[in-house]
Design a protein around this ligand. Structure first.
Ligand code: ZN
Length: 132
């Protein structure tokens, strides 16, 4: 199996790398707290035996903006938005939508892997009702 190169290996899982993948990388604590990324200690209770989990398969859009300059493999125009994962943690993420799409807070989003022109694999969130 070909090893795909990720744009940012600390941020997300490819299919098969974790239960529920693809999705964002997160840590879950026994106290119920879930955070983004692999962290050494729980920000709520300080415990250090956090479980690495795949989160953010689905998310809800918060504020978003259309960006008109290309950066790091993203062809302008593209969208960037604050997303809230179904597990709770929030982050900024690229939003995969056609230019001029009316994005609105509260829209349901789903995690999508995107193959870049340079062969690396990145991710974005796409409106859940849109067809791939
Ligand atoms: Zn905790």
């Amino acid at each position: 199996m070909t090893k795909l190169q990720k744009t940012n290996p600390t941020l997300f899982f490819l299919e098969g790398e974790a239960p529920g993948a693809p999705g964002l990388k997160g840590s879950r604590c026994g106290c119920g707290q879930t955070v983004l990324l692999q962290v050494a200690a729980c920000p709520r209770c300080g415990r250090r035996d956090l479980e690495t989990v795949c989160i953010g398969q689905r998310a809800t859009l918060g504020e978003s903006a259309e960006v008109f300059h290309s950066a790091d493999g993203f062809e302008a125009p593209y969208f960037i938005g604050m997303i809230e994962t179904e597990q709770g943690p929030r982050t900024f993420a690229p939003i995969a939508a056609a230019p001029g799409t009316a994005l609105r807070p509260g829209m349901a989003l789903k995690f999508r892997l995107l193959e870049r022109a340079d062969g690396r694999v990145g991710f974005a969130y796409a409106p859940a009702e849109a067809r791939a």
